[in-house]
Design a protein around this ligand. Sequence first.
Ligand SMILES: [Zn+2]
Length: 140
Amino acid sequence: MNYGIDYGSGTTNIDPETGIRYGVIPENAVLQAWADSSEPDYGAPSCPKCGNDALPIGDESLPDIDTAENWEDSGRDFACLDCRYSFDSSEAYGDEPSGFALDDGEYKAYADEYGDIFITKSPYYTFAQYCSRARPARAI
Ligand SMILES: [Zn+2]
């Protein structure tokens, strides 16, 4: 059997808890099922001014925006400490999703703009050749 090439040297495309490698299937092989069950993923919230991570309002590490001086307030969902700016969810996420994700309790999967679905959790697995692409950098 041809095992393929392990481009990740055993460190990518693998569940570190189980040691089982992720499955990768083309999106067009399961198109309707994937469209029915996946959700758009807009990534982590970020500051619209500087791009830093947005902190949710209510986070204890944030100063009280009502009493803080020189804060610009255009919403109360998130804040950026560097810009001293608070804003709502519509500013914290991009207009287009960065990919699509599935987490139904049994399966976890993620698809990016290249059309590959990475199955990161599944009750089933099989023996197959290594995948040649690295999973997109993203926390699921
Ligand atoms: Zn900022």
